[in-house]
Design a binder for this molecule. Structure first.
Ligand code: TNX
Length: 515
C-alpha cells in the first residue's frame, strides 16, 4: 500500500501509520485499517458524516443500481438511516459512478471522501461493488451490525483511494460433501467472502460420503447419495432451485460459483446410488468414514459415459460462470492410461457444454489442449506440467491454504498432514511458483475440507481469519504485502468480525480490537 498525504508534514506520520495506526490528532480520525490493503490510500484533514439527509446516488445502469441497493441494504440496519437510493445524477451524499471509459484495471475502483460527500467510481460493476466494500470499512466497525446501533457517529475520514487486484481469482473452496451446509449457511459465507473482495466460491459438491446437487435424470443420486455424510448424519442436498438461488445470490455480490463433481475417484456416493454404475450390478455400500477409499467410477461400464454426460449437462446449465471443476484427485486403482483417457474425455464434455475444465493438479501431466486450469494443491511437478501445456494455475498449496489443517498447537481439532497453518503461514507465501510468470497463475484459493467440520461454528472457526489472509494474498500486489503491517490491520479488523458475529479463531498472533 502506498500512502500519501496532501500535507507534507504528515507524510512520515502516515507512512508510519501503514504499520501502526496513530492516535488521532485533534480533529483527525484514525488512519483507516483497510483489508485487503489497497494500492494507494491518502488521508486528508476532515471527515464526512452520514445523517438523515444522506442519499445514495445510483449510477443509472441496472447492474450498477443493484450495487447501490445492496450498499443501502448493508448500511441501513446498523445506522437506522433511510439512505434513499436515487437516480438523479446528483453528487452530494454517496455517489456511485460506473463509467467504462475510466482508466482503471478490471475490478479496479476509486473512493474519494471529502466534507461534502463520497464518490465511489469504477469502470466495471465488480469494481464498483469492491469500492462499496472499502467504503464500509472506512466507517466505524459497528456499521456491520444487523440491528440499530445508537451511540455511534457514522463518520469517515477524508481519503482518496485507488485500488485494483493483483489476481482475478480470489477464491474459497467449501466441501459440502463430507458434511452438508444449507443454502442459508453458504449465503452467510458468501457475504463474508464478498466483504473481503474474494470473488470465487468453489463448491465441492460430490465425494465418497455424499452427493449434494439434484440431477433430474438420475434422482437416486440425491435420494440415496445425498442422505449420508461423514459420521452417518442425515446429509442433505441442494435442489436445482436451491442451487440456482445460491448462484444468483453470489453473482449479485460479484462471486462466481464453480461447481465441482469429483470424478473419476471419490465416486462412492454415485456408486452407492445406482447398481448399473458398478461392475457387480449392485450398488456399493454408503461410506461415512474419513479416509481415502478406492471406489472409482467403472470407466468401461455401459452406462457410465451417459451418466457423466447427463450430470455435466445439468450442472453446466446451472452454471453461468465459465468454469467446471472435474475433480481428478486421488483416483486410486485407476491405471494412468485409463485416467488420461477419461480426463481427456471429461475435457471434451466440459467444452461441449461451453465450459473450461478445472481439475486438481493430478490432471497436469495428462495430455490436454489448452485452455484448462489446474488447481495446485500437492505436487508442484504436476502444476508445472500443466503450465507447460498452456494451462493456468489456481494456487492452493496445502501447506498454506488447506483450512482443515489445525491453526497452531493450541487448536484441538483439524488435520495436520500438511502442517499447522497459523495466520502468518496463511499470509506469507507466493502464489506464483518459482520459474513461472505472473500470467501463468489465475490466482489463489483457500480450501476447507469438512471431514472434521460438522457445524457452522467450526466452519467459521476454520475459515476465519485465515481467509482474510488469503484475500490479501490474492488482492494486494507483492510490494504492498508486509506481514507486520497485515498483522496490525487484522487486529483492527477483528472488531468488524466481532460485530459480524463471525466465530473466528482469535489467534494470539494478533492483538484483537473489540468494538
Ligand atoms: C486431500 S486435496 C483431498 C481431499 C481431502 C483432503 C483432506 C484433494 C484434492 N483431495 O479429498 O479432504 O486432502 O485434507
Amino acid at each position: 500500500m502506498r500512502v500519501r498525504s496532501a500535507r507534507p508534514a504528515l507524510v512520515l506520520l502516515l507512512a508510519l501509520a501503514a504499520c501502526k495506526p496513530p492516535v488521532a490528532a485533534e480533529g483527525e480520525l484514525p488512519f483507516p485499517s483497510l483489508i485487503p490493503a489497497p494500492v494507494l490510500l491518502d488521508q486528508f484533514d476532515g471527515r464526512y458524516t452520514l445523517d438523515a439527509t444522506t442519499r445514495i446516488h445510483a449510477p443509472g445502469d441496472p447492474d450498477g443500481d443493484a450495487v447501490a441497493d445492496l450498499l443501502a441494504e448493508a448500511l441501513r440496519p446498523a445506522t437506522g438511516l433511510a439512505l434513499e437510493v436515487v437516480e438523479d445524477g446528483g453528487d452530494d451524499g454517496i455517489e456511485l459512478v460506473l463509467d467504462p471509459t475510466l482508466d482503471l484495471p478490471a475490478e479496479g475502483y476509486t473512493v474519494d471522501v471529502d466534507e461534502t460527500g463520497v464518490t465511489i467510481a469504477a469502470g466495471d460493476v465488480a469494481g464498483l461493488f469492491h469500492g462499496t466494500q472499502t467504503f464500509r470499512q472506512l466507517l466505524p466497525p459497528q456499521v456491520y451490525a444487523v440491528t440499530a446501533v445508537d451511540d455511534v457517529v457514522w463518520e469517515l475520514p477524508a481519503v482518496s483511494i485507488e485500488d485494483s487486484p493483483r489476481f482475478g481469482w480470489r477464491g474459497a473452496m467449501l466441501d459440502v460433501a463430507r458434511h452438508f451446509y444449507t443454502v442459508a449457511e453458504v449465503e452467510r459465507q458468501i457475504d463474508l467472502l464478498a466483504l473481503h473482495k474474494l470473488n470465487r466460491l468453489h463448491l465441492h459438491l460430490t465425494d465418497d460420503q455424499g452427493w449434494r446437487i439434484e440431477i433430474r435424470a438420475w434422482p437416486e443420486l440425491t435420494e440415496v447419495g445425498g442422505s449420508t455424510e461423514v459420521g452417518g448424519g442425515e446429509g442433505g442436498y441442494y435442489t436445482q432451485g436451491d442451487y440456482a438461488a445460491l448462484v444468483e445470490y453470489a453473482a449479485a455480490r460479484q462471486v462466481v460459483v464453480i461447481p465441482e463433481i469429483d470424478f473419476p475417484g471419490h465416486a462412492n456416493a454415485a456408486l452407492s446410488s445406482y447398481g448399473e454404475l458398478n461392475e457387480s450390478g449392485a450398488p456399493v455400500a454408503p461410506y461415512t468414514g474419513t479416509g481415502v477409499i478406492s471406489t472409482p467410477l467403472w470407466l468401461d461400464g455401459p452406462d457410465t459415459h451417459r451418466f457423466v454426460t447427463d450430470v455435466w449437462g445439468e450442472v453446466a446449465a446451472l452454471t453461468p460462470g465459465p468454469w467446471m471443476h472435474v475433480g481428478g484427485d486421488e483416483a486410486v486403482d485407476i491405471s494412468q492410461a485409463d485416467y488420461d483417457t477419461f480426463v481427456g474425455w471429461l475435457q471434451t464434455v466440459s467444452s461441449d457444454n461451453g465450459k473450461t475444465m478445472i481439475g486438481w493438479d493430478e490432471i497436469g501431466p495428462v495430455p490436454l489442449d489448452a485452455p484448462f486450469v489446474a488447481q495446485h494443491w500437492f505436487d508442484e511437478d504436476n502444476a508445472l506440467a500443466a503450465v507447460a501445456q498452456g494451462a493456468q494455475l489456481v494456487s492452493s498449496p496445502a501447506e498454506h491454504t488447506y483450512l482443515d489443517m489445525r491453526h497452531d498447537s493450541s487448536a484441538d481439532y483439524g488435520q495436520v498432514w500438511a502442517g499447522r497453518i497459523d495466520v502468518e503461514r496463511a499470509y506469507d507465501w507466493e502464489p506464483v511458483p518459482e520459474g513461472l510468470a505472473e500470467g501463468d497463475v489465475l490466482g489463489v484459493e483457500g480450501a476447507l475440507w469438512t471431514e472434521y467440520v460438522d457445524t457452522e461454528e467450526k466452519l467459521d472457526f476454520m475459515l476465519w481469519p485465515r481467509l482474510v489472509a488469503h484475500a490479501e494474498v490474492g488482492w494486494t500486489a507483492d510490494e504492498g504485502r508486509v506481514w507486520e503491517d497485515f498483522r496490525e490491520r487484522l487486529g483492527h479488523h477483528g472488531a468488524r468480525l466481532y460485530v459480524l458475529d463471525v466465530g473466528f479463531y482469535d489467534s494470539s498472533e494478533m492483538e484483537w480490537e473489540k468494538p
